[in-house]
Design a protein around this ligand. Structure first.
Ligand code: GLY
Length: 335
C-alpha cells in the first residue's frame, strides 16, 4: 500500500471497500455539509456493512480550530467507547480535516483516520498529505502532527455546492500546484473558465501533491515547495485577523495564497531568478479567474510576521520562488 492513498469513488457505495478493518467508524463532519454529504455517506457505509458508530457535527472556522475543539472530539470518542482500533472519518473542508486528523493522531496515542474533503481546497491540498493540527491564538497551525490518513476520498462533484468564494479559494491552491510542477495543466486551468475540465484538473493537482508527499512526507526538503506563496499568505492572514478596516478583514486562505504567489513572483523577478513579466502574467491570469492579486500590506509590513513563521529558522525564511511556470526554487532569506 502506498503511503499516500487517493481514492476517486464513482459513488458512496464504493467507499466502504476502501476503508481498513476497524472496531468502529466515527464520523466527524462540518455541520454545514452534514446532511448533504456525511449522512448519505453513512447510509452507504452502513448498507455495505461497515461498523459506523456515530456522527458528530462540528462548527468549523479558523477561530474554532483550537485544542478545545480537538478535546471535544476526543471526549465524544471516549463517551462512545472508541478503542485504539477505531477509525475517524473527517467530512468537510481543510479546517475539518486538520482538526479531526489531529484528534485522531493524538487520541490514545493515535488511531486511524480517513478524509472526505468537501471543498476544492481540501481535495487538492489540505485533505492530502497528513498535515493535521490546530491554531494557537491567531498563529495558524502552530500545534500539529504529520501522519498520513488511511485514504483521502476525492469526489469532484462536491464542488458544485461550493460558494464562489470557496471555489476560488481552492482554485488558488490548484494553480499553486501547477505553478510548482505542471505548466501544461496551469494553462488549461487558466483557460478553463467554464470548468469543463475540472475533474481532470483536480485529479492532476491531487496526484502531484501525493507524489511530492510520498517523496518527502516529513517536509525535510522537497515538500517545502508546496508552501509557494504561503510565507506571505500566513502573514497576510495574520494581519487580516487583526485589521480594523472592514475591507481588510476576512481575507481567506486561498485569497491570501493568490496574493502571496504574486508577491513571490515579484521577489523572483527582483532576485533575477525569473524573467521580467512573470508577476504581471500571473496577475492577469488570476484576475481573469476572479482571484485577488494585491495584498493590502507590502513586504515591509509583513516582514515582522514572516519572521515568526513556524518555518523560519535562525531568522531566515525558506521562500519558494518561481523560476518559470512549472518550476520553483527554494531560497533561504534573512528577514
Ligand atoms: N499544504 C502544504 C503541505 O501539505 O505540505
Amino acid at each position: 500500500m502506498a503511503l499516500v492513498n487517493l481514492n476517486f469513488p464513482a459513488s458512496y457505495d464504493d467507499m466502504a471497500a476502501a476503508l481498513p478493518g476497524c472496531s468502529g467508524i466515527y464520523v466527524v463532519a462540518d455541520r454545514n455539509v452534514s446532511s448533504l454529504y456525511a449522512q448519505p455517506i453513512i447510509k452507504a457505509l452502513e448498507h455495505a456493512g461497515a461498523p459506523v458508530k456515530g456522527l458528530m457535527e462540528i462548527r468549523c472556522s479558523e477561530r474554532l480550530k483550537t485544542y478545545k475543539n480537538v478535546e471535544k472530539i476526543q471526549s465524544w470518542l471516549i463517551a462512545r467507547g472508541a478503542d485504539r482500533n477505531a477509525l475517524l472519518l473527517a467530512v468537510g473542508g481543510g479546517i475539518t480535516t486538520d482538526l479531526v486528523g489531529f484528534a485522531a493522531c493524538t487520541y490514545k496515542r493515535g488511531i486511524k483516520y480517513a478524509n472526505v474533503p468537501t471543498t476544492l481546497l481540501a481535495m487538492v491540498d489540505a485533505g492530502i498529505g497528513g498535515k493535521t493540527g490546530c491554531n494557537i491564538g491567531s498563529y495558524k497551525n502552530m500545534a500539529g502532527i504529520i501522519k498520513q490518513p488511511h485514504t483521502t476520498f476525492i469526489m469532484p462533484w462536491f464542488c458544485r455546492s461550493l460558494s464562489r468564494k470557496l471555489f476560488c479559494d481552492g482554485y488558488a491552491e490548484l494553480l499553486k500546484t501547477f505553478i510548482i510542477g505542471d505548466a501544461e495543466a496551469y494553462d488549461i486551468a487558466v483557460k478553463d473558465k467554464d470548468h469543463k475540465r475540472l475533474d481532470e484538473l483536480i485529479s492532476r493537482a491531487a496526484s502531484i501533491k501525493a507524489k511530492i508527499v510520498e517523496a518527502d512526507p516529513d517536509e525535510a526538503g522537497l515538500r517545502k515547495v508546496l508552501n509557494l506563496g504561503h510565507s506571505f499568505a500566513h502573514a497576510i492572514e495574520f494581519k487580516s485577523a487583526h485589521a480594523w478596516l472592514p475591507w481588510h478583514r476576512h481575507i481567506s486562505h486561498g485569497q491570501a495564497v493568490a496574493m502571496g504567489m504574486i508577491m513571490a513572483a515579484r521577489m523572483s523577478e527582483e532576485l533575477k531568478l525569473a524573467q521580467a513579466g512573470l508577476a504581471d502574467r500571473l496577475t492577469s491570469d488570476f484576475r481573469s479567474l476572479g482571484l485577488p492579486t494585491e495584498s493590502p500590506w507590502d513586504f515591509e509590513a509583513l516582514r515582522p510576521i514572516m519572521r515568526t513563521d513556524k518555518k523560519s529558522k535562525d531568522g531566515k525564511v525558506s521562500f519558494i520562488l518561481i523560476a518559470s511556470i512549472g518550476k520553483v526554487v527554494m531560497k533561504d532569506i534573512g528577514l
